[in-house]
Design a protein around this ligand. Structure first.
Ligand code: HEC
Length: 148
């Protein structure tokens, strides 16, 4: 239970950081950190480290969906230098990046719909909903993120 409370406060913290900052690089990183917290939560439940809880599962899916909808707004021209690991390809091939964002939005929206009002009924239903979402992390990072 303590672990769960920590994860939830991590989610809330990331979201309030996003609301407070007006630096696009900081905002998009904070959105990704919220993404990582939700993915971590999903992973912990899938591995059985955290007892499955439909409400928490739904909160994680909603956070992923919110991040997918807002992330693309924080890539103004000229924000591809310095503290970022965003690849120059984001600005060189905007259509391709938009396509990755659209897929992420579609997959996270479908997961929220699948979750229903009370969250996925059991762990298998959650795995089925979140699985396609998690595939986006790696494919987008491979294409649009430079490792440093
Ligand atoms: C549509 C593309 C896209 C998707 C999908 C995506 N990411 Fe990212 N992610 C990025 C980009 C671009 C950056 C680099 C941001 C920067 O440094 O400015 C990044 C950075 C990150 C970071 C580092 C943040 C920091 O503080 O520097 C983490 C952690 C992360 N992503 C986790 C995830 C997880 C987990 C998922 C899936 C649930 C995911 N990402 C899905 C594009 C994406």
């Amino acid at each position: 239970m303590k672990k769960l409370a920590l994860v939830i406060s991590a989610l809330c913290l990331s979201v309030s950081t996003v609301a407070a900052a007006d630096d696009p690089v900081a905002v998009r990183k904070a959105i990704m950190d919220a993404n990582a917290a939700s993915a971590g939560l999903a992973g912990a439940m899938m591995k059985g480290e955290l007892e499955y809880n439909p409400a928490i599962a739904k909160a994680a899916l909603l956070t992923l969906n919110a991040s997918a909808k807002s992330f693309g707004d924080y890539f103004p021209e000229g924000s591809d230098n310095g503290r970022t690991t965003a690849s120059p390809k984001i600005w060189q091939d905007e259509a391709a990046f938009q396509q990755a964002l659209d897929k992420y939005m579609a997959d996270t929206s479908a997961a929220v719909v699948a979750a229903g009002k009370d969250g996925p009924a059991d762990l298998d239903a959650f795995k089925a909903a979140v699985g396609p979402v998690l595939g986006n992390c790696r494919s987008c990072h491979e294409n649009f993120r430079v490792q440093n």
